[in-house]
Design a protein around this ligand. Sequence first.
Ligand code: FES
Ligand code: FES
Length: 305
Amino acid sequence: MDLPNRPCLLAFCRRAPRFEEAFRAELRALGAPLFAFAPGSGTVFGADDEPRDIGPHPELWRIHGAGRAALTVVLLDEKQRVRLRRDAPEAEGTLLAAVREAGRAVCAAPRGIGRRELLLNSLAAALGAAVLQACASARPVDDRKAVSGAPALLEVSLVVNGQRRRLQVEPRLVLLDALRENLGLTGAKKGCDMGQCGACTVIVDGQRVNSCLKLVAQLEGARVTTIEGLVQGGQLHPMQEAFLREDAFQCGYCTPGQILSAIALLQEGKPRDDDEIREGMSGNLCRCGAYPNIVAAIRGVAGRA
Ligand code: FES
Ligand code: FES
């Protein structure tokens, strides 16, 4: 069988995956086709085409040693070299989750990374997510749930605003939901929920991240700072004071993300002018259009730093 000369994902499943309409949007974001095989059948999924029957291709099962696990996923690069391969004992519902994670990672791409490399990295992340989900039984802490079909929970330890927090989470839980729902830290806001607005920005190990895209399961031991952690000894952080002084918000929905992003921006290197501030803050959107005042607040803190 001729595979395309670009990265693609092969999935070998014990049961044929159902095509869900949600696949389409995820594959569009991903920009890679998914070839899914089950015993006696094969289907290629693309963003803009109907699923197409391509036959079972037993030679691919042989080449990739698939069939022993419930799900085997193989990532091929454009030269059809195997970049990653995983076997998972349980495959329920993992394919869509994998493709979704990969699509989100593409949306959240930092500048300066080539799309091909990004795609491979994203697909690798997707495989990681799929396998995490499928292999959660390797570290179950709630056997009752695992037996009943719900994903087993993982134990993850984080340092949030200087405090060690231990969480038991589903493998697919993102940091934003963990902060808001599990830890009651509602400062980080849910805007687009797909890495495009910056409302959910927090700082993880010194880097600003969109917490709506970050799997908690990947953050064992990470240090997380949210807007709630900025006040020290009853004193607002200088960036918080600057936002107040410059009236850099209206409804305030985007403000926690803007402030954390601005703090990280200055830690990354002082912007030389307003253009660099705007460029550095371009991942944080403000529906109220408070941009001039936000830039003024950051300029003020940068000038004193
Ligand atoms: S909610 Fe995370 S980027 Fe929009
Ligand atoms: S202040 Fe309203 S969205 Fe930014």
